[in-house]
Structures are given as structure tokens and as C-alpha cells.
Design a protein around this ligand. Structure first.
Ligand SMILES: Cc1cc2nc3c(=O)[nH]c(=O)nc-3n(C[C@H](O)[C@H](O)[C@H](O)COP(=O)(O)OP(=O)(O)OC[C@H]3O[C@@H](n4cnc5c(N)ncnc54)[C@H](O)[C@@H]3O)c2cc1C
Length: 337
């Protein structure tokens, strides 16, 4: 019987899947796989559902890693923290700060669970997961074997990893180990945090975390009140040559250098310049304050939101000749995006 996913996606859209199984240990997953006749290609691993857009009925069996537990191991100036895949990400951030460890403060208030964090190498306010990442444990859904992935094997990049590429859908991550510091090295380089630079010496990781929380709460809609999945599109990375061309027509274009030959454009700025901030198609809308966030004003379906996303992408392409790619996973019967 189809299982409702309405409570398992932060867009709050009605959707169903074939089945949903939940696991609280690695062994439970392995035992279940050993007796399961469903081909692994028909599985989808679910975390907190904060980076998904579900289209109607998803004809897959959903597997949810609810593995809990957080363990800290101090070693010299550092501490290794290992957290179960089902631990809420923000709870881990707060717990580590509470224990006096630094490193996760800029990543405060990102929704979702620990197990999903390496998938798109979550990042915010100048810090990406990969800067703290040591290793992860996973179960291969194809073979049932356990596997450890060290940093290099994850092939992290901007909102990307091997788990979105070659190993897409193959592994269920069961725990993640990160390297934190006892002595803070605060990162205050990015956007609004740079206003804190003058007070750098007196600030603690808790202060930075509180500031990140304050900024995020003032800018981003709370999914509990207005369904959304954060940034819908990735910030497009283009060559410096293409950027110079764009800058000729739009001198005020917002962008950040990535390396010697690439620039990252602010996708929200591109959407805003198309006059789409606050734009609505029924209950599917572009957020009034944050053009990069698509929202469900109430009764939008996954299909309504994907159609709006298509309109946004096409409008930006027509104006700037830059193609936006979704950051959100769009899954369902028919991927029309
Ligand atoms: C308001 C808001 C703000 C956000 N801000 C940010 C931000 O600043 N930076 C950022 O990077 N992201 C942000 N996001 C996106 C989202 O929070 C992250 O991508 C998060 O890591 C998703 O976690 P999740 O547990 O909800 O994953 P889900 O949405 O459930 O799944 C996301 C992907 O991870 C896979 N996955 C989940 N768990 C596992 C597992 N245990 N093993 C293997 N695969 C797994 C799923 O199959 C899917 O492919 C935001 C989202 C919202 C709603």
C-alpha cells in the first residue's frame, strides 16, 4: 500500500511512495537487505526531506536511516565527533558548541540530518562540510557490504560529491566523522558575518552561531510555516570570459571568484533581476525576500512547483544566457524539469 510522504518533505507537498522502512542500526539495514527481494535500483534513501521536491507518487521504496548517537574523541588540540545519520544536523552543531568545540558554528540552522550532509557537501557563510570532514560509514545497498569513505573518496565539490555522481543511490550513509577544534578559528569572511570582524578576538563559536541563526531567521522562510527546501537552484559557476561578457551588459552583476578561471554568480540576483521575486503561479511562488527560494503557499503540488522552477530557469536563460541547475532533488513518476 502506498505510503504518504507529506510529513517527510519540507515543501509540505502531498506525495506517496511504494513503501517506507526505517532503520536504527547498521546491522538492521544489512539484515533487511539480506532478506529483501526488491532490486536496489528501486530504493531511495530519505533523510529529513529538506532538499527534495516530490512529484506525486514516487514508485520507489524509501529507506530512512534513523541511527542516533554522538561520540566525541579528543586528541591534542582537536576532537573527532562521530554522529549517527539520523541525528538532526542543527542539534549536532549546538551540542558541539555547548561542549566547547569549534568548527560547525557557520553551519548553524541548516535543516536535515547528519547522513545527508556529505551528499551535497552542505555549506553556508564561507564554510563547507568538506573542510571538517574526516570519513563516513555507509552500507552498499547493492551488495549489503559496509564501506568506509575517507575524504578523498567522497570527491567533494561545490554542492556536490561522489554520492550525487558515480555512486548516486548506491549507499546509505550510517554515520559521519568530523574534525573539530578546541581553539576556535572563526571564519568571518562571508557577507554579513564580515561585520563581526572587528570583534574577532572577543567572539566565541556560540556568538557566531547565534549571529548565523539570527541572519538566517531574518532571511529564510521557516519550512514549518511556509513550505520550502532552501535554495532551489545552485549558484551557477561560469568561466571568467563569460563573466566579463555578462559584466559588460550588467556591470552590477553579483559574483564571487571560485578559482583563477571561474566565477560563481548569485542565482538569487539573476532571478531578482528578472522581476520574479514574489512571483506566483497559484500556490507555487518565488519567495518575497529570497528569490532563490521557491515556496509552497499552501496547496501547491510538486508538479506546480517544478513548473514554476521551469519558468524561472527559462526566464533567467532568456535574459542572461545562464542556465540554472536545481540544487534540490526532484523525484517522482515523471521528471519534467
Ligand atoms: C530553509 C532551508 C535552508 C537550507 N539552507 C541550506 C544551506 O545553507 N546550505 C546547504 O548546503 N543546504 C541548505 N538546505 C538544504 C538541506 O538542508 C541540505 O541539503 C540537507 O543536508 C538535507 O538534509 P536532509 O536530511 O533533509 O536530506 P533529504 O532532503 O532527505 O535528502 C537529500 C539527499 O540526500 C540523500 N540522503 C539523505 N540521507 C541519506 C543517507 N543517510 N545516506 C545516503 N543518502 C542520504 C537523499 O537520498 C537525497 O539525495 C536548506 C534547506 C532548507 C529547507
Amino acid at each position: 500500500m502506498a505510503q504518504s510522504l507529506a510529513a517527510f518533505n519540507t515543501f509540505g507537498v502531498e506525495a506517496t511512495c511504494d513503501n517506507l522502512f526505517r532503520f536504527t542500526s547498521e546491522q538492521e539495514i544489512q539484515d533487511w537487505l539480506a532478506g529483501m527481494p526488491i532490486p536496489p535500483k528501486e530504493f531511495f534513501v530519505l533523510g529529513g526531506g529538506s532538499n527534495l521536491l516530490l512529484l506525486g507518487h514516487v514508485p520507489l521504496t524509501f529507506l530512512k536511516a534513523d541511527i542516533q548517537g554522538v561520540d566525541y574523541q579528543e586528541s591534542g588540540d582537536e576532537v573527532l565527533v562521530t554522529a549517527g545519520a539520523g541525528v538532526n544536523w542543527h542539534d549536532l552543531v549546538l551540542d558541539s558548541i555547548d561542549k566547547g568545540y569549534a568548527g560547525l558554528e557557520n553551519l548553524s540552522l541548516i535543516p536535515g540530518n547528519v547522513g545527508a550532509a556529505p551528499i551535497q557537501n552542505i555549506g553556508a557563510y564561507g564554510v563547507e562540510l568538506e573542510q571538517l570532514f574526516v570519513s563516513l560509514n555507509a552500507v552498499d545497498l547493492f551488495s549489503g557490504e559496509k564501506r568506509v569513505f575517507e575524504h578523498e573518496a567522497c570527491e567533494f565539490a561545490y554542492r556536490d560529491s561522489v554520492f550525487k555522481q558515480r555512486h548516486r543511490g548506491q549507499y546509505m550513509i550510517t554515520s559521519v566523522t568530523l574534525r573539530l577544534r578546541k581553539k576556535p578559528e572563526l571564519v568571518l569572511t562571508y557577507g554579513p558575518l564580515s561585520a563581526l570582524k572587528d570583534r574577532c578576538d572577543e567572539l566565541t563559536p556560540a556568538d557566531v552561531s547565534n549571529e548565523v541563526i539570527r541572519i538566517r531567521q531574518s532571511k529564510l522562510p521557516d519550512p514549518q510555516k511556509l513550505g520550502n527546501a532552501g535554495s532551489f537552484f545552485k549558484n551557477p559557476v561560469i568561466s571568467k570570459k563569460a563573466f566579463k561578457r555578462l559584466q559588460t551588459n550588467y556591470p552590477e552583476v553579483v559574483a564571487y571568484p571560485v578559482d583563477d578561471s571561474h566565477m560563481k554568480l548569485a542565482a538569487g540576483w539573476l532571478i531578482d533581476q528578472c522581476g520574479l521575486k514574489g512571483y506566483r503561479q497559484g500556490d507555487a511562488g518565488v519567495h518575497q525576500q529570497q528569490a532563490l527560494v521557491l515556496v509552497n503557499h499552501g496547496d501547491a503540488s510538486g508538479r506546480d512547483i517544478v513548473q514554476l522552477a521551469g519558468h524561472v530557469r527559462d526566464t533567467v536563460l532568456a535574459k542572461f544566457e545562464v542556465r540554472l541547475e536545481p540544487e534540490v532533488w526532484i523525484i517522482g513518476e515523471q521528471d519534467i524539469f
